[in-house]
Design a protein around this ligand. Structure first.
Ligand code: NAG
Ligand code: NAG
Ligand code: NAG
Ligand code: NAG
Ligand code: NAG
Ligand code: NAG
Ligand code: NAG
Ligand code: NAG
Ligand code: NAG
Ligand code: NAG
Length: 552
């Protein structure tokens, strides 16, 4: 009797613990999801019915020179308080109370690099954090890359902070409660040769860390590409184990036949092949990493008209989708795809887009269990077998080996979004065209049936060529009819549509007006609220005011 009661009390204790965890507010510890499928799940407590009650909850104005290309992230501290974490081009990080919009902590982690030294000031006056950080919720810690310059006594060349050779990247880890440094961080990641080419020194001053960071287990992955497309850079994937602090660097153009020059000012002298993706995150299936590589030199081998198998060893990649894996010897290239027509696409790089790994529980065929989608400025969507990316010109008569090619009416910066419920949809938002939805076909892989068929188009066209956001999809507990596609627009602010099109139309849902949006934006969600940077650089919080707790 006593024993039973004790047992039940214990069960009750664990049940209440479980329900506590269940009812914890939803967070966004990274940009979208690890797979970059663009579906961020059903636990953010937002459905079409709550949108009618949406209003501006609060907004936060930053200092005049600050730009936020890194998206805000949402995290709940051990104390139970939910915060929004921001990181700017001035290297200022902040935590903001998600409920009130009040600042909690603010810290400039390092001076930003004066951008005039790069011969372009298109991004901001100074250059600091650009790539979206990643949070490890279990440690209450955020990780991010900081562009700054080396200590005055270590300057490599005269001229103070300005010369790019005196600029460097640091890898920071800060506690979200207080913004203090984690012991043994930041890491200095500069001045070390790439694993796959010892001639190629990683010089942070010559590159830009732009894609959102990816965390897979203990490893944080980051893509680096061109800085104003100047200098002798080579695109680099950096992988850092946050526990052992081991750093691996893999260049997209390595090996003895790859371009190299000691003249750091020489345009594309290192072969280029940057990892940019308009800021979209690198994607993972939980083990391997998928990303796109920008244009390289015109002398790239294996890029003429001769077919190249995707799984053959390649030293030099450009205009490609790559799949890599990290082992104890470093980053290993496993597979790649390069469009057959990349030479004639007038520089409309596939490198402006990212890779999305679709949810295999919905998007599969009997022949293809893992489907991915990539897109870019070449105005095409490639539906790919993730286990056979397709190499280069391996199809009949030198064509692409892909599952499907969808032709778009405009160029894409960033990538697609997806909705794995109600049959499955993907969404793409090309410039100078409309947001468009394609439905997954149940009889897919049949040979006579295309995997994705046009299902709906938004009525309003994007009035701009670049800067449109990446479609991001929510549902409310996965309930049918609750799917919403969110997309930012540099002029029209934040837009929302029903995920399932009706009669060939993507039905827009009314939202409070947001005054424009940051270029290549993506909203972030947390416990009934939506966050984004507007066209004036403010952080905006929208939500169903006064009813968030009641609804939860
Ligand atoms: C920003 O917040 C201020 C103060 O609460 C408010 O007056 C203003 O209307 C808000 N602006 C936007 C765009 O929501
Ligand atoms: C660029 O030039 C610098 C300075 O000589 C050199 O250390 C680096 O390895 C070069 N990088 C590439 C990719 O050519
Ligand atoms: C380095 O490259 C720049 C730009 O291509 C060129 O103007 C300069 O003469 C080169 N310097 C040397 C020492 O070759
Ligand atoms: C070119 O492709 C072949 C396989 O077709 C591969 O063996 C070779 O290593 C590649 N060359 C370079 C420079 O990557
Ligand atoms: C890592 O993978 C490469 C390519 O598959 C292989 O050659 C190498 O031996 C591996 N290294 C380790 C330590 O497993
Ligand atoms: C493949 O997708 C179908 C729905 O399209 C789903 O019923 C099935 O479980 C999926 N298969 C796997 C192995 O996830
Ligand atoms: C390949 O080219 C040949 C000769 O031009 C043509 O007969 C054939 O239909 C083509 N095959 C495909 C799949 O395009
Ligand atoms: C394949 O497609 C054909 C034509 O659309 C259709 O009649 C057939 O039922 C499909 N088979 C499967 C297995 O989906
Ligand atoms: C896109 O549309 C804008 C505004 O209508 C126009 O100025 C621009 O030339 C267009 N760009 C392209 C690439 O079509
Ligand atoms: C609060 O939410 C409930 C349930 O969603 C709804 O019935 C009620 O009208 C809402 N109240 C306000 C003030 O919005």
């Amino acid at each position: 009797m006593h024993r039973t009661r004790y047992f039940l009390a214990l069960v009750h204790f664990f049940l209440s613990l479980a329900s506590l965890i269940d009812s914890a507010p939803s967070d966004s510890p990274r940009d979208a999801d690890i797979a970059q499928s663009g579906y961020v799940g059903g636990d953010h407590n937002i459905g079409p019915e709550s949108l009618s009650r949406f209003q501006h909850l609060w907004n936060f104005t930053f200092k005049p020179d600050e730009k936020h290309y890194a998206r805000p992230l949402v995290h709940t501290l051990a104390s139970g308080k939910q915060i929004v974490f921001t990181a700017s081009t001035e290297n200022v990080v902040r935590t903001i109370d998600a409920t009130t919009g009040e600042i909690m902590y603010e810290r400039q982690v390092a001076p930003p690099w004066p951008m005039a030294g790069a011969y372009c000031e298109t991004v901001s006056k100074n250059l600091g954090i650009m790539g979206t950080p990643v949070i490890y919720p279990e440690y209450d810690v955020a990780f991010f890359f900081v562009k700054s310059y080396i200590d005055a006594r270590d300057y490599r060349v005269p001229g103070g902070a300005n010369p790019p050779l005196n600029s460097v990247y640091y890898f920071y880890a800060v506690y979200l409660d207080g913004l203090g440094d984690v012991y043994k961080f930041p890491l200095f990641i500069d001045d070390v040769p790439a694993d796959n080419d010892e001639r190629k020194l990683f010089l942070g001053g010559l590159v830009l860390q732009r894609p959102s960071l990816l965390s897979v287990g203990d490893v944080v992955y980051a893509g680096f590409g061109g800085l104003c497309d100047a200098f002798n850079y080579t695109g680099t994937l950096v992988a850092i184990n946050i526990n052992t602090r081991t750093i691996n660097r893999w260049v997209t153009q390595g090996g003895p036949t790859s371009p190299w020059t000691s003249n750091w000012t020489k345009w594309h002298g290192g072969g280029a092949g940057g990892i940019w993706q308009s800021g979209m995150g690198l994607a993972s299936d939980g083990h391997d990493v998928f990303f796109s590589i920008d244009n390289g030199g015109t002398t790239d081998t294996n890029a003429s008209s001769i077919p190249v198998q995707g799984k053959s060893h390649q030293d030099i990649l450009s205009e490609s989708i790559a799949r890599v894996s990290l082992n104890d010897s470093g980053v290993q290239l496993l597979d790649f795809f390069r469009p057959a027509d990349y030479l004639s696409d007038a520089g409309q790089d596939i490198g402006s887009g990212g890779v999305s790994i679709l949810d295999p529980m919905t998007f599969n065929t009997s022949a293809v269990p893992h489907i991915g989608v990539s897109t870019g400025r070449n105005a095409k969507v490639y539906v790919q077998n993730l286990d056979e990316l397709g190499g280069y010109r391996t199809g009949a008569n030198g064509t692409d080996t892909v599952l499907q090619t969808i032709h778009l009416r405009g160029e894409v910066f960033g990538g697609i979004g997806s909705y794995p419920l109600e049959g499955g949809y993907i969404y793409v938002n090309p410039g100078n065209a409309s947001l468009v939805a394609y439905r997954f076909s149940a009889s897919a892989g049949n040979g006579s049936t295309e995997l994705f068929a046009l299902a709906g188009t938004a009525e309003t066209e994007n009035t701009h060529w670049g800067g449109g956001g990446i479609p991001t999809v929510t549902s409310k507990n996965g309930d049918p009819g609750s799917g919403i596609v969110w997309v930012t627009d540099v002029q029209r602010g934040l837009l929302a549509y029903k995920a399932v099109p009706v009669d060939g139309k993507l039905v827009e849902l009314a939202l409070p007006k947001v005054d424009g949006a940051v270029r290549f934006g993506r909203p972030i969600f947390g416990d009934g609220k939506v966050y984004l940077f507007d066209g004036k650089g403010r952080l905006i919080a929208l939500g169903a005011s006064g009813n968030i707790t009641a609804a939860a």
